[in-house]
Design a protein around this ligand. Structure first.
Ligand code: SF4
Length: 113
């Protein structure tokens, strides 16, 4: 029974890329720790800084042709594409970016020069 349980634990640890380490605790007892070594599991954050769902605006228009689309450069060499209407929600991460090729949303306005 105990062997079966240990085998299941070992298989589970292998499936989830876990490492088992034996350490000695404060009281001198040997304790087995299972440490997750999961790498590259997280999906990349998708740009989602749109003022409204893309595709709800005028047909044929994109964020690139919108008055509210801006390029922001912070303290880095990169520029980030954002929607000015969502300025209050801007973060330092890609979640508040937009793609200029996205179909226009219902807040789209024609660029004024
Ligand atoms: S179409 Fe204009 S208002 Fe809408 S998300 Fe794109 S940049 Fe913002």
């Amino acid at each position: 029974m105990i062997e079966a349980a240990q085998r299941i634990l070992r298989v589970t640890a292998m499936e989830f890329d876990m490492e088992r380490r034996e350490v000695i605790d404060l009281f001198g007892e040997t304790v087995v720790l299972e440490i997750s070594e999961a790498k590259g599991v997280r999906k990349p954050t998708r740009p989602n800084g749109y003022a409204a769902p893309p595709g709800t605006g005028p047909a044929g228009e994109t964020c690139k042709s919108c008055e509210h689309a801006v390029r922001v450069s912070g303290n880095t060499a990169n520029t980030y594409r954002k929607c000015a209407l969502m300025r209050a929600n801007w973060t330092g991460g890609p979640g508040s970016d937009i793609l200029f090729r996205s179909p226009a949303c219902r807040h789209w306005e024609k660029e004024h020069g």
